[in-house]
Design a binder for this molecule. Sequence first.
Ligand code: HAM
Length: 434
Amino acid sequence: MAEPRFRAPRGTRDILSPESDRRRALVGVFADVVGRAGYSEISTPLFEDIGVFQRIGEATDVVTKEMYDFHDKGDPPQHLALRPELTAAICRAYTEHRPTVPWKVWCEGPQFRYEKPQAGRYRQFAQVDLEVIGTDDPHADVEVIALAHQFYEALGLTRFRLLVNSLGDPESRPGYMAALLEYLELHRADLSEQSRETLERNPLRVLDSKRPEDEPVIAGAPVMVDHLSGEAAEHFEQIRQGLDVLGIDFEVSPRLVRGLDYYTRTTFEFASDALEGAQNAIGGGGRYDRLVEDLGGPPTPGIGFALGVDRILLACDAEDVFPARPGTVDAFVVDVTGGAAAVSLCDDLRRVGVSVDRAFGGRSMKAQMKVADRSGARFAVIVGPDEESAGTVTLRDLRGADGGGQREIRRDELASELVRELGADQSTDDIHRG
Ligand code: HAM
């Protein structure tokens, strides 16, 4: 085959069936899990004023290195960016619409970050996201974490761990930052060059370094959980108790800072042991009690998470759960009388809720039956010259034990007959849902 002239851009992929069916099913599972907890769906634009995302943190890679930004054709042009994440966009939507609180929403879709592509790391990747805006009740933190946990379980995943940390509140931060800065300055010479640079801009982010040469310094660094104010410590304690009550295992990971700057108090991450270390984060989130205010809204606390759909599906493959199943149709019309009968039969059946496909191009009976078999359809509806003149069709069960029985039925009874047959066979529906 000749090399195609164009390919999908580096770091992006086309997603074909059955993978596309699996993604849709995954979002369905997510919608079910969070819908049962009173979350409603929100959809925000794929691009925003770049200022919205700059609030993620001027010292983060997501903002300084990875943003797809551009000027539009306006006069004057507006500086926009493709969304690298959803939290800032959802907080912007909150400030714009001021819904009643707590505002419990979920969202899904593609995000864009100019990262170095590798397995599990893409430039366009999908997230499912959930946010609760307008409460700092620690039970909201517990609910959010528990829902992510329930979602992974609903997919069948078992080999994942929950890491939690508290990054403290405005009262705890200054004391901790002073202690951290003093320590890191003392060990500056032992840090990697990148971490020495990071130290200038954001000392906390040094703890996020995965470079081996930074490891010993990071291992000895003071940790936030030892510097929490009474209130922040109590908040963290209530979250741990809540997770205990629900029987959700977690590890307190005092160096979990995450790659975005808006976090206050709770942060958490889910790591899959079925994936390679560097790309094993299948989701993460935390509190962002100042972000709404940073975006020009009133002081409003918030908490949420985003889970990486691409990585979750890699973890599903590695754990052999939630397999990709192509969507199938209930019936396949094989018309060897010219195709006009198939046009009206398909239309009639689709109108009564039977999913049905057909072949095009006036192909032979044998060729059409082959396509019917491949389609995974439960029934073939066959129209030949005899049936056409008799006003009947032949209904063949393609999945019957003995190669499928068949019978001739009146054409005007086909729709009700199929509805009855399919209703009796609930498994057909299950196959549809993948
Ligand atoms: P994040 O940790 O940047 O957080 O991303 C969340 C998840 O998205 C990651 O754990 C990972 O599964 C997936 N992910 C991130 N980058 C990539 C990539 N380049 N390729 C594939 N998957 C990726 C956030 O986005 C925050 N907005 C989470 C949040 C919501 N915090 C509060 N609310």
